[in-house]
Design a protein around this ligand. Structure first.
Ligand SMILES: Cc1ncc(COP(=O)(O)O)c(C=O)c1O
Length: 437
């Protein structure tokens, strides 16, 4: 082990290593490169989901099954990304495929109500402690928009409390680029900052709702302080402010979601991602007294449109996911595996003194190019991203895929052996980097 500082290591070696890694990536992926060029002709930037882009170009997938993704150049990757949490079940899970096939036999665009939406709604209401009623959408973004709309409509107030670094959809983002946000009257304060929280309610006693992720997912897998969540609950109750937990990502952290883990119940919960087995999905629900604004027989109802809200493939896939796949402790085991992985990775970085760390909870985690404490997005500003980029390309070269920004969401298909092989890869990577200094 060397005694030189991580900063020196970065300055001397990082750029050269990074250039090598990028060149190797490009050389080995001629087909993906050609498709990137072709895609740019018809899709701005060559893609249709911003987060999937990274320089020089993303590999393109030909096939995916279980825990393995194969790209168009024939490279195989262990998929540690799990479609940014929507792929919790792994690729092409048989019970979901069977349910979809059976639904296809019955027809798939009714323009009418059908029994499966009741069954799926019942499963969600029984699963998440704060849900009394639920509505379906096609995405987590829509779920958040409609939850906010319910709170505003019901309270007659207009202000929405959000948290820096929070991601609730492309039009509800409280990070660096907020230009595309819907024009609500937002009050945005730092995450995990008790004083700012007290101040926000003092300055704005008329908040319609507070929207928070119990763990900021896209913002870097930063868990909320549990005392702060409890205090937020108290403040919302005191001020008649609707507390909305965005559990689009965190609902996977236990069968009853993060709300069950931290024992704080919101008034409304928004859901998305994995709950329909990887099909397009979103939902929001909570107290009957608030959800009733969407009851068209109520005195002053709010509309909730959406051609595909009760689409039969999503409903069928969701039922199969909850009744046939996420059973018998499989979710708990996946989260335990994630806790183990995160602990081991942090132990490696602490041992080698690289300026890297991993935050998160359960099956959700993110690499950060810092060894310092991270309590909110302000701690992530101005970090040297080259470490994370090098890890990303070296991991791809070794056959592991996760998000370019360092995000990992384990699927149930990632078993102990795969976790162990990734730990060994990172261990070698860190040792080699340090030894080369
Ligand atoms: C916490 C959170 N909320 C909402 C969303 C938006 O969900 P969707 O992409 O389905 O619109 C996301 C997506 O990443 C998310 O992570």
């Amino acid at each position: 082990m060397t005694t030189s500082s991580p900063t020196k290591l970065a300055t001397d070696h990082l750029d050269a290593r990074l250039n090598d890694a990028r060149s190797r990536y490009v050389e080995r992926r001629p087909r993906s490169r050609a498709l990137a060029d072709e895609a740019s002709e018809v899709l701005p930037g060559g893609n249709t989901r911003t987060v999937l882009h990274y320089a020089p170009f993303p590999f393109r997938v030909a096939h995916a099954e279980g825990s393995i993704i194969t790209d168009v150049d024939g490279h195989r990757y262990v998929d540690l990304l799990g479609n940014y949490t929507a792929g919790l079940l792994g690729h092409a899970p048989t019970p979901v495929r069977d349910a979809i096939n059976q639904a296809l036999d019955r027809g798939w665009a009714f323009g009418a109500t059908h029994p499966d939406e009741i069954t799926f709604a019942r499963l969600l209401v029984d699963r998440f402690p704060s849900l009394e009623q639920v509505r379906f959408t096609n995405s987590g973004t829509e779920a958040n928009l409609l939850a906010i709309a319910a709170a505003i409509h019901q309270s007659g107030r207009s202000k929405v409390l959000g948290f820096e670094g929070g991601y609730h959809g492309g039009v509800l983002y409280f990070g660096d680029h907020r230009e595309a946000n819907v024009p609500h009257e937002f009050v945005i304060i730092p995450y995990n900052d008790p004083l700012a929280l007290e101040q926000a309610f003092e300055d704005h006693p008329d908040l319609a709702c507070a929207l928070i992720e119990p763990l900021q997912g896209s913002g870097g897998c930063i868990p909320a302080d549990e005392n702060l969540l409890a205090r937020l609950r108290e403040l919302c109750t005191e001020h008649d402010t609707t507390l909305i937990f965005d559990e689009v990502m965190t609902s996977r952290l236990s069968p009853g979601g993060a709300q069950q883990l931290v024992d704080v119940l919101p008034d409304l919960t928004t859901l998305g991602k994995y709950l329909a087995g990887g099909m397009s999905f979103g939902a929001f629900g909570g107290r009957r007294s608030i959800m009733s604004v969407y009851d068209q027989d109520s005195t002053h109802p709010l509309g909730h449109a959406g051609t595909f809200n009760n689409n039969v493939l999503t409903m069928a896939a969701g039922i199969a996911t909850l009744t046939e796949v996420l059973i018998d402790g499989i979710l708990e085991r996946t989260n335990q595996r994630g806790d183990h992985l995160r602990r081991e990775l942090n132990a490696i970085f602490a041992r080698t003194r690289l300026p890297m760390s991993v935050t998160g909870r359960g099956s959700l985690m993110a690499f950060h190019p810092t060894a310092g404490a991270i309590k909110n997005s302000r701690d992530l500003a101005g970090l040297d991203d080259r470490w994370r980029e090098l890890l990303f390309f070296d991991a791809i070269d070794a056959g592991f895929y996760f998000a370019r920004r360092g995000f990992i969401a384990l699927s149930i298909e990632i078993d102990d052996a795969r976790v162990q092989s990734f730990i060994e890869f990172v261990d070698n990577w860190a040792e080699t980097l340090e030894a080369s200094n």
